[in-house]
Ligand binder design. Sequence first.
Ligand SMILES: [Zn+2]
Length: 349
Amino acid sequence: MRAPDRTGASTGSTTYAATPHASAATPTDRPTVVYLGGFGRSGSTLVERVLGAVPGWVNVGELVDLARSVAPADERCGCGEPFSRCPVWRTVGEEAFGGWTEQVLERLVAAHRAAARQRHLPRLLRGGARPSPALAELRELHTRLYRAIAAVTGASVVVDASKGPALGQALAGASDLDVRLLNVVRDPRAVAWSWSRRVERPHATAGTAEMWRIPASRSAAQWAALQLEMGAIAAWGGVPAARLRYEDFAADPVAALVAATAAIGLPLRPADLRAVAAGRVRLGPSHGLSGNPGRFRSGLVTVRRDDRWVDEMPVRDRALVTALTAPLLLTYGYPATGPTGRHDIERHS
Ligand SMILES: [Zn+2]
């Protein structure tokens, strides 16, 4: 990972005021975006919500799903309202585009598809003098969107858990966005076990739905591919980037987030993370979209590492995932034999 960007070292009371661009533009003109990258089921929903509770920061969930699933299916926002009835998202849509018309949603989906899918990453990393029309459109639409989010919520830092590395790299090239990448990574055995489980998806407003499930081999391959992509961005992307191990976050959320935000040049102090006390996180409602069912949970949550996979994951799957991800396991400090301590998640509401 790249060396921490110290140019944003904070001496003031808010993180945005300390960024290098603060004197040249208001937060609304050039919003700071903390983009969480990596693979699903890595704990990014909880990380995103804790960061969103920081004064001056706001979490928006997986923004990439707004146009491709949340708005078309009128899924529930993290606040519990269907997307079309959430006052925050309605105002954001009006401010950014004059409303969430079908045409706006189609443009967002088309620009993402044409310029920021996984296969576009090598081209995005190479850069170049002129972006393609689709990439320019993607950046323009997202700039309007993040600006509107900042204006409507009064936040200067937007935490977006969209996760796709290519989209993060594409947005980092937008001249009117100040993008920082945080790679949230979790033990791939825990991730594969999570993807194999049947979990209800409370986002749907009609009928019942379940979270998508994928086999362990596919989870391992995707985890490895996404981690290599995040590593490439950190090395060559020209974006302030850092890695946050979910296990470190679960063990000590404040210390892990203080270190991670310092590494991306937006240093938070323990006092900024008031939602966390004695290892517990007080979660208020948020307007985050899509993501984990934990999106809808609020109240006091004690977070610890969830190691149920050690007992419940089929031996064959565990061996397969370990073998497919072995080189990266070592890099990230995950023992091939599994975790040393045993933990569960406790929740208090
Ligand atoms: Zn909402």
